[in-house]
Design a protein around this ligand. Sequence first.
Ligand code: B12
Length: 286
Amino acid sequence: MQQVLTPKQVARAIGVSESSLKRWCDRGVIQTERTAGGHRRLKLGDVLIFLRKSDLQLVRPEVLGLPPGTGVRPRVVDRSETQLVDALLASDVECSRRLVFDLFINGADVITLCDEIFMPAMYQIGEQWDCGEIEIYQERRACEIIGQLVYELQSVLPAVDVEAPLAMGGTPVGDNYRLPTQMLELVFTSCGWRATSLGSGLPFETMLAAVQEYRPSLFWLSVSHVQSQPDFRADFGSFCGKVPPTTRIVVGGRAIARDFLEDMESVEFCDNLRDLQRLAEKSQAS
Ligand code: B12
């Protein structure tokens, strides 16, 4: 559910008069809804979209539920990854949120955030863990915070049409990575699809049961860890054979190589989330 705000709250957050804000609402400059009683109401996501397009700064971000200091200074993607790593390792949720919402208000889309900020930040954390420079709890906590941020970003995206195509997916058994499949749900939602991540560590039989029950237009498989390549190949091949042709299968992730799929004609491979966005937008248009 998106946070819903009154014009008074938004005016306070942006530091303008309530009457100016109401005028913008009525001119359609900022997307507004009306209650049954005719009162104007604004969704947090629409306020953020408005801020992206305007030169206005947030003066009281707390009113919108954002950390103090959010939206005050422009932030660039370049240095943000390292700043996020520091915030994550210090378990500083507010600083992490501020960074991410600063970038979002500055125009970074959710794919840039996932592919260019979250993923490299977790990569750095993985390297530090591998060198024994950080504690395991710091790595786990970083995952939790990013997971929280991904949900928060999802909650500010525009509502998706109930008739929109459905995408669904998860990670196979033995693969305990939660963030990639959560991010795939976010990306499909941002492309206007209905999207459901089934989670991680799923046996292929249960994925098939979900496909048969919900008949998605697309099923994604995120593969970050494979226990046994031959078993995975056999199980995945058999799964693909049983999925109805009306469901496209898309695969990606760190543990999957393009040549792995050479003889699997019914499966599409995506290198990254940007690739996936192109595929999602193309399929929706056709
Ligand atoms: C957090 C973490 C874990 C956590 C995950 C917790 C959780 N709830 O998710 C847990 C504890 C499970 C874990 C366990 C292990 N881990 Co680990 N882990 C990591 C770490 C630090 C981050 C992973 C992550 O979430 N990254 C963020 C995501 C979003 O990035 P991503 O996976 O690359 O996904 C991106 C793309 O690949 C793409 N993508 C992914 N899937 C798909 C699908 C489609 C369709 C598309 C289009 C795109 C796409 O989009 C994403 C966004 O850009 C990495 C470091 C790293 N390099 O990433 C190590 C790392 C992957 N782990 C490693 C290891 C060794 C392990 C273990 C084997 C350790 C052990 N001995 O038990 C186990 C194996 C786990 C298993 N059976 O699944 C090594 C792997 C080394 C190697 N060469 O294979 C790494 C690289 C750490 C290191 N530097 O050594 N790990």
